[in-house]
Design a protein around this ligand. Structure first.
Ligand SMILES: Cc1cc2nc3c(=O)[nH]c(=O)nc-3n(C[C@H](O)[C@H](O)[C@H](O)COP(=O)(O)O)c2cc1C
Length: 229
């Protein structure tokens, strides 16, 4: 299954088959993670660990993400690890973003982790199987890109994004007013990056090529312009 198709079948997996993964499977995953394209100018680091090294872990394994402490760096982790989330589920593993878990031993620059392992639950059947906001609540246009972003994972399923479309350009804006104040910390910044990955995969599905990502503002005023041809 392609990454684009997996957007509509993935889920946060919280039930796992506890059997360990063999060294070759873990090496294949590490290799995939190392090859994923990051946002231009970003160089987050990713490390696979066993859940025994975590507090609050949900899955048997995790990919720890470490990066600088700025808003664009957190969005980049969202963008990068969401590709891994989709790939893992496209090849039959389960995965789940974990904002509430952390390594037991302090890791410098640690920001968030993606848990994974052998899934014990089936994938979703399709778009109707997602509990999400209406397209009109997150986008000024009803199109392929908006449908792909609508089903993206987000911390506490808050879906803190607003999309707008212009010729050759999609803008993803943070939308964390009101109840968004209840979102712990800066988790919504990962969500913005996750949305960017879904934007890019949907554009590629339509035969477009993304040329630039331009970050504007910060915190609750963050927005990212995605240009394509
Ligand atoms: C940045 C981020 C942090 C998350 N943290 C947790 C977490 O700590 N525990 C958990 O069970 N789910 C966590 N989730 C998963 C969300 O709850 C989930 O994506 C959302 O409810 C939508 O469900 P779905 O992923 O099955 O479509 C997180 C998701 C994101 C994107």
């Amino acid at each position: 299954m392609s990454l684009y198709e997996t957007i509509f079948t993935r889920r946060s997996v919280r039930q796992y088959d506890k059997a360990t993964l063999d060294t070759a499977s873990l090496a294949e995953i590490q290799n995939y993670v190392g090859g994923v394209k990051q946002l231009p100018g970003h160089f987050a680091k990713f490390e696979i660990v066993d859940s025994a090294k975590l507090k609050g872990g949900i899955a048997p394994y995790a990919i720890l993400a470490c990066a600088d402490d700025n808003d664009a760096a957190l969005a980049n982790i969202g963008y990068t690890l969401q590709c891994v989330d989709l790939w893992l589920q496209s090849v039959g593993y389960g995965s789940v973003w974990c904002g509430m878990a952390a390594p037991k031993e302090p890791e410098p620059d640690y920001k968030i982790l993606l848990g994974f392992g052998r899934t014990a639950v089936p994938p979703r059947i399709g778009e109707d199987d997602f509990k999400r906001k209406k397209i009109s609540d997150i986008s000024d246009t009803d199109n392929t890109v908006a449908h792909a972003v609508r089903v993206a994972p987000s911390a506490v399923n808050f879906q803190p994004w607003k999309l707008s479309f212009a010729d050759g350009k999609v803008t993803v804006e943070a939308n964390v007013r009101g109840i968004g104040k209840l979102l712990p910390g800066r988790l919504f910044l990962f969500d913005i990056g996750i949305a960017l990955r879904h934007v890019e995969l949907a554009l590629q599905h339509e035969g477009k090529i993304v040329t630039t990502f331009t970050v504007h503002g910060k915190g609750k005023d963050l927005s990212v312009e995605v240009e394509y041809t």
